[in-house]
Design a protein around this ligand. Structure first.
Ligand SMILES: [Zn+2]
Length: 230
């Protein structure tokens, strides 16, 4: 646990991608096509029998971290576990994919909610733990490779600094901070301070209209719209 200055990397990235994704006549680009995420969940709560619908439309998926878990488990929770807004029951669900490009930006929300009185506006507490990042992930019908991460740079005195990690090979880590770039071996705990994970699609295993898969990570995927007949 460590206090850091409240510079929100996820919101900054979100803002940049939204801006880039705006289709301007003088600057046509494919940011939206490549990075925009639109997922939805439609399910009946087994506790109170209410029908619930949720969706997310964003450039960066924000993964809450209620407890220390690997990225694989965080993703599984995010995609397959939703809390009923009416009765609070945790429901097992399946996400529907409306839009998903070849790039997937994930924000790891490591912040810890302190009680309001003690909350200092200029800093927040964050949890430091390894995400046990894997070179590849099977999710939502595609296989994704881990392209890079953005990490908090906590040894920086003035705060608000980040390091970009890229992985030129499975065992190497290229760290970029301002004008400095250093390549070294990828250490097991390189992801302890990671706040952004960037995944890039390696291959689409199943098309989005007709997929149903159980992946090695235990994340099972299918298209719920067909299932519930909407
Ligand atoms: Zn319920």
């Amino acid at each position: 646990m460590q206090a850091i200055h409240d510079v929100d990397c996820g919101d900054f990235l979100r803002g940049v991608l939204y801006e880039l994704g705006e289709d301007k006549t003088h600057h046509p680009n494919k940011t939206k096509e490549k990075c925009f995420i639109w997922l939805e969940w439609k399910f009946e709560c087994p506790g109170c029998q209410r029908f619930l619908a949720m969706q997310v439309k964003d450039y960066v998926l924000k993964l809450k971290v209620p407890e220390e878990k690997s990225l694989e488990k965080l993703l599984e929770d995010y995609l397959h576990n939703k809390k009923c807004a009416a009765c609070g029951k945790q429901c097992e669900v399946k996400p529907g994919v409306k839009k998903l490009g070849p790039y997937l930006f994930l924000e790891i929300d490591r912040s810890i909610l302190l009680n309001e009185e003690a909350k200092d506006e200029t800093s927040k507490e964050i949890r430091l733990f390894s995400l046990k990042l894997q070179p590849t992930y099977d999710l939502l019908g595609s296989q994704y490779g881990c392209l890079g991460t953005i990490n908090y740079k906590l040894d920086s005195e003035e705060g608000g600094h980040y390091v970009t990690n890229l992985f030129p090979s499975p065992n190497e880590c290229l760290k970029v901070h301002e004008l400095e770039a250093k390549c070294s071996w990828k250490k097991p705990d390189f992801d302890t301070e990671t706040v952004i994970v960037v995944l890039k699609r390696i291959e689409q295993i199943l098309d989005s209209v007709n997929y149903e898969a159980s992946t090695s990570s235990g994340i099972s995927i299918e298209h719920p719209l067909r299932e519930i007949g909407t």
